[in-house]
Write a protein that binds this ligand. Structure first.
Ligand SMILES: [Zn+2]
Length: 154
């Protein structure tokens, strides 16, 4: 079973190439069906993310390439939350210059100061609710003036 996960870990997130879809928490599980077909259950990070369609296609073509019969099932509930991001994924996001969501953050995350990934200052402000993609908001640090993205998808 774990080698299917290893295979899935070779698929990067379409928006943030430094993390893979397993680290992102999109892959909910892998089941072997009675007819030998491998069922990969995924939960979209964000229903409006057009990238989700690519992920399904990527999984199918990867398994086809490895001659493994596959079926991708999309499970909408429970809804994906940023809580599913692994610690490893959070670290990679930080290194990539995207501030990962703090655990326990919700829609009102703006009440909690967002830390600058460059100088660690909490003196930051939101420039735009939508950054380079729907899942990110644009921020700027007031101290070092570094612009950065905050990953707000949930
Ligand atoms: Zn800064």
């Amino acid at each position: 079973m774990s080698n299917y996960f290893e295979l899935l870990k070779t698929i990067p997130d379409p928006e943030i190439p430094v993390i893979d879809i397993v680290e992102l928490g999109i892959v909910r599980g892998v089941n072997i069906l009675e007819n030998g077909v491998v069922e990969v259950v995924i939960t979209p990070t964000y229903s409006a993310c057009p990238a989700m369609f690519n992920i399904e296609e990527d999984i199918v073509s990867l398994f086809n390439k490895n001659k493994i019969p596959v079926k991708v099932t999309t499970q909408m509930f429970p809804v994906w939350t940023t809580e599913w991001l692994t610690e490893e994924a959070r670290e990679k996001l930080r290194n990539y210059g995207i501030v990962p969501p703090e655990k326990g953050h919700d829609e009102n995350h703006l009440k909690v100061p967002i830390r600058c990934p460059r100088c660690n200052s909490t003196h930051t402000r939101m420039i735009s609710r939508f950054g380079s993609t729907l899942c990110k908001a644009s921020y700027q640090c007031n101290d070092c003036l570094e612009p950065f993205d905050y990953f707000k998808c949930h």
